[in-house]
Design a binder for this molecule. Structure first.
Ligand SMILES: Cc1ncc(COP(=O)(O)O)c(C=O)c1O
Length: 443
């Protein structure tokens, strides 16, 4: 074996360009986790860190869930990899069956990906493909929403609406337009659960459809509950209104459920929780409990059947990934779904959510807090930004929370919380008591 040409420094932090991270600051003062079990990470200096964020909204069943760990270990030894183009393996089919059984009636077909970003790209492509194969080829426009987060692929940033995620990356997809976001602090601050005001914001689709002509619009994509942009909840009635408008104009509705899929709101999907069924749902994260990178796009029977009936070649959809339905991801997915079912985890979220709501709103009146939001096991604490440095205050709280043994997530000056579903009431108290202690100490 050849020796490396450059000296390799163990523990040198410089070679890894970290994603969505202030690399220079992090490498001066790193936050490193070395193991995890249940509700806790262990830091490299030996401290227990309470996971207030389920990693990145993905470790729904908690860390090192025994069934999932064992399934992955067994699967590596049994079938490490199988090609998924023109070949199959049993667990991918089994997982598709199990996923479709959890999703709304009439959505029985599953396309596997490796991440949320890939799920979004896949969903957008399936929407375009659907219209084209039916002879409605003028429907090429995609409508996203301001402040939407749909991952980091070119499809996702095009329909997404977070300026910093878009501004450095050229002109992206053409033919994209955006609905307005639904966040209205003036009318809805400190609402518990979904806010009362703002359903009419869905009507912006009427203007967009009028401007472009509805016959040019392929799909609307929204997060039913926007997570990564700082937990923006849908106003009551908003999603139903969007569904009705899409039906009126023949537009497909895509729910990006990368965060809400697999129990986060106390039902298997946000579609079920809100009683609104889209045409396509994107997922990832909780599909495998975050243990193996994987995603899935669930499509309506109408879309799948149309692809089968209107195919112009033996291969109906020229799309896929080397690792779609990877055996280890499929094994992890099956074990994750079984863990959620056996331990009634979605019901647990629903049962815990009133306690969670009361804990989130206990911070009302705390220094800097200008809004508190909650739904299912999701919470957000919006802080007034420092005049000269938006985001700095949120970052300081996150760093102090880490010092005090709590992992929270920060988006600008919004702290987002989304713990594993196994969290205990005293751990919920620990999170909010710690934040109540920290906030008054911040400038
Ligand atoms: C709604 C939504 N869509 C897509 C993504 C992207 O997922 P990934 O980071 O797995 O590509 C995320 C990630 O947080 C998300 O919240």
């Amino acid at each position: 074996m050849n020796a490396p040409t450059k000296p390799v420094m163990p523990n040198d932090l410089q070679n890894y360009w970290m994603p969505f991270t202030a690399n220079r600051a992090f490498k001066q003062d790193p936050r490193i986790v070395v193991s995890a079990d249940g509700m806790h990470y262990k830091s490299d200096d030996g401290r227990d860190i309470l996971d207030g964020t389920a990693g990145l909204w993905c470790v729904n069943a908690g860390h090192n869930a025994p069934r999932i760990t064992q399934a992955v270990q067994q699967q590596v030894a049994e079938l490490d990899y199988a090609p998924c183009f023109q070949f199959g393996h049993p667990k991918a089919f089994e997982l598709a069956n199990r996923v479709s059984a959890l999703f709304p009636d009439g959505m029985d077909h599953v396309f596997f990906t490796n991440s949320g970003s890939e799920s979004v790209d896949t969903a957008l492509k399936i929407a375009l493909h659907y219209h084209r194969m039916r002879g409605d080829a003028a429907r090429t426009r995609l409508i996203g929403r301001e402040r939407g987060y749909h991952g980091t692929g070119f499809g996702g940033i095009s329909v997404g609406g977070i300026v910093k995620n878009r501004m450095h990356f050229g002109s992206m997809l053409t033919g994209v337009d955006h609905l307005p976001h639904t966040h209205d602090l003036e009318k809805n601050a400190f609402a518990k659960g979904c806010p009362e005001h703002g359903a009419e914001k869905a009507d912006a689709l009427i203007d967009i459809a009028t401007l472009h002509d509805p016959s040019t619009i392929a799909a609307v994509i929204v997060e039913p509950m926007a997570g990564s942009t700082g937990v923006l909840l849908p106003p009551k009635g908003y999603l139903k209104r969007l569904r009705d408008l899409c039906d009126r104009y023949g537009i497909l509705l895509i729910f990006d459920e990368v965060i809400t899929g697999f129990g986060r709101l106390g039902a298997a999907t946000a579609a079920e929780f809100f009683g609104v069924t889209p045409d396509i749902i994107t997922t990832a994260k909780g599909l495998t409990n975050g243990v193996v990178p994987a995603g899935a796009v669930i499509v309506s029977n109408k879309i799948y059947d149309s692809a089968m009936e209107n195919a112009d070649a033996p291969i109906e959809l020229f799309h896929g990934y080397t690792y779609s339905g990877h055996p280890i991801a499929a094994a992890a997915g099956l074990a994750a779904l079984e863990t959620y079912r056996e331990e009634q985890m979605f019901e647990r979220v629903a049962d815990l959510s009133p306690y969670w709501e009361q804990a989130v709103h206990s911070l009302k009146g705390t220094k800097h807090v200008i809004d508190l939001r909650n739904l299912g096991l999701v919470g957000a604490i919006e802080l007034a930004p420092r005049e000269s440095a938006p985001g700095a205050r949120g970052m300081e709280v996150m760093l102090k929370a880490w010092e005090k043994g709590i992992m929270v997530r920060v988006t600008g000056d919004i702290l987002a919380l989304s713990p594993p579903f196994i969290i205990k009431k005293e751990q919920i108290d620990q999170i909010f008591n710690t934040l109540a202690d920290i906030l008054p100490t911040i400038d």
